[in-house]
Design a protein around this ligand. Structure first.
Ligand code: DC
Length: 226
C-alpha cells in the first residue's frame, strides 16, 4: 500500500450513515476523520444563540468574530465555539436546520472550506459532508456518494434519537430530513450532488458492517492504485 497521504471524500444526504462509516473506515486505515458538518453546526449554533440565523447580513458579519476550532481528544473530534466545547450542544434539536441555513451563504462556505483544507494538509484523511468531493478535496483518492432511501434514513435517525433518550415521531423526523435535503441540494453555493467521479453506494437494506466493508474495499483498491 502507498505511504503517500491519501484522502477519501464521503458526501451524501442527512442520515445516510456517513459519519459512522467514515469513522470506522478511518480507524481501520489509520487516517484522520473529519466531520465537516460539525463546523456548520457550530456556526449555526452561534447564530441561533444570537437569534439571527435567517439574517444573511448578520451571518456574514458574524464571520468576523466567530471563533470555531477543531481538536482531536483521544482520537475523537471535538468542536469549540469561542473556547466552549459544543460537541454535544451541536446535536440538539434545531441546530441541524440552522446549520443547513447558514451553510447556504457562500461567505460561510468559503471560510469553512479553507479551514477544512488546512486541517487536512499533510494527513491521510477521510472527510464527510456535502461538498467534499466537489469542492473541498477535488483531487481526493476516492470519492463516495453515500445514500439511502429517505424512509430508511429517517428510521435510523429515530433509532439513534431513541437510544439517546430523546425520541421523536417518525413522521416529524422524515419531514425535517426531507426539508433539509431539499435545502442542501437546491442552494446555489456548492449544492449537495455526487462529484462526476464519485462512486455511489446505496446503503438501503444494508447493515453498518456491510457498508463499512464496501467502503473499505473501495478505499483499499483506490489507495493501492495511486
Ligand atoms: O452532516 P450534518 O448533517 O452534520 O451537516 C449539517 C448541515 O451542514 C447540512 O444540512 C448541510 C451543511 N453542510 C454543508 O453544507 N457542507 C458540508 N460539507 C457539511 C455540512
Amino acid at each position: 500500500m502507498s505511504t503517500k497521504p491519501f484522502s477519501i471524500a464521503i458526501d451524501g444526504p442527512a442520515g445516510a450513515g456517513k459519519s459512522t462509516v467514515a469513522k470506522a473506515v478511518a480507524a481501520e486505515l489509520d487516517a484522520m476523520y473529519l466531520d465537516t458538518g460539525a463546523m456548520y453546526r457550530a456556526f449555526g449554533l452561534y447564530m441561533l444563540r444570537r437569534g439571527a440565523v435567517g439574517d444573511r447580513q448578520a451571518v456574514i458579519d458574524a464571520l468576523d468574530d466567530v471563533d470555531i476550532a477543531v481538536e482531536f481528544i483521544d482520537g475523537a473530534q471535538h468542536i469549540f465555539l469561542g473556547g466552549e466545547d459544543v460537541t454535544a450542544a451541536i446535536r440538539e434539536p434545531g441546530v441541524s436546520m440552522a446549520a443547513s441555513d447558514v451553510s447556504a451563504v457562500p461567505e460561510v462556505r468559503a471560510r469553512m472550506v479553507a479551514l477544512q483544507q488546512k486541517i487536512a494538509e499533510g494527513h491521510s484523511v477521510i472527510m464527510d459532508g456535502r461538498d467534499i468531493g466537489t469542492k473541498v478535496l477535488p483531487n481526493a483518492t476516492l470519492k463516495i456518494y453515500l445514500t439511502a432511501s429517505a424512509e430508511e434514513r429517517a428510521r435510523r435517525r429515530c433509532l439513534e434519537l431513541e437510544q439517546k433518550g430523546m425520541p421523536e415521531p417518525y413522521e416529524k423526523v422524515l419531514r425535517e430530513m426531507q426539508e433539509r435535503d431539499y435545502q442542501d441540494t437546491h442552494r446555489a453555493a456548492s449544492p449537495l450532488r455526487p462529484a462526476a467521479d464519485a462512486v455511489t453506494v446505496d446503503t438501503t437494506g444494508k447493515t453498518l458492517e456491510q457498508s463499512v466493508a464496501t467502503i473499505k474495499r473501495l478505499a483499499l483498491e483506490a489507495i493501492g492504485k495511486f
